[in-house]
Design a protein around this ligand. Structure first.
Ligand code: FES
Length: 165
């Protein structure tokens, strides 16, 4: 597992562990770093983190299953996050998410069968004034209204094959 992490991630991990008087306190930050690097937390990562912190793997597994932000399966090539918090909800975020689910053929919280997209419904993306917003990987897309969704998908994912194509 260790060798598959980027060198910069390993450096950050070592630095983080050193910040805590009790190594076990670094568990959550380590999980975030590993997920950032690999995209998800695999069984090998759970065992590696546990060993690194002198814990039993079950202690790390419990964290991964308790917190919804941790993924246990790889994500798609494009990570699509639709905001579901108040401003976006009022501006149609729920229907936008439903429409994206149909267009991208991807369940909310899941990955499309072709591995292209992972679709998630997330809390505030800090752009409430331009609701509804959608984030694709690290890029924020503002004002993605329901009537613009088809056009937005065509522009944002030029290789996407629509039903009619
Ligand atoms: S409510 Fe959607 S970005 Fe804040």
């Amino acid at each position: 597992m260790e060798t598959t992490l980027k060198p910069e991630t390993l450096t950050q991990i070592e630095a983080l562990i050193g910040l805590y008087p009790e190594k076990r306190s670094a568990a959550l930050p380590l999980l975030h770093l590993v997920q950032e690097d690999k995209g998800y937390i695999c069984k090998g990562a759970i065992e590696w983190i546990a060993q690194k912190l002198g814990l039993e793997p079950i202690s790390i597994f419990e964290l991964v299953t308790f917190y919804p932000m941790f993924r246990q399966a790889p994500i798609g090539k494009k990570h699509v996050k639709v905001c579901r918090t108040l401003s976006c909800a009022l501006a149609g975020g729920y229907t936008v998410c439903e429409r994206l689910k149909d267009i991208l053929k991807c369940n909310v919280g899941g990955t499309s069968a072709d591995g292209e997209y992972t679709l998630e419904f997330v809390e505030c993306l800090a752009s409430c004034g331009t609701a509804p917003v959608v984030m694709v990987d690290e890029v924020l897309h503002e004002d993605v209204k329901l009537d613009k969704v088809e056009k937005w998908v065509a522009e944002t994912f030029p290789n996407h094959k629509s039903e009619s194509a």
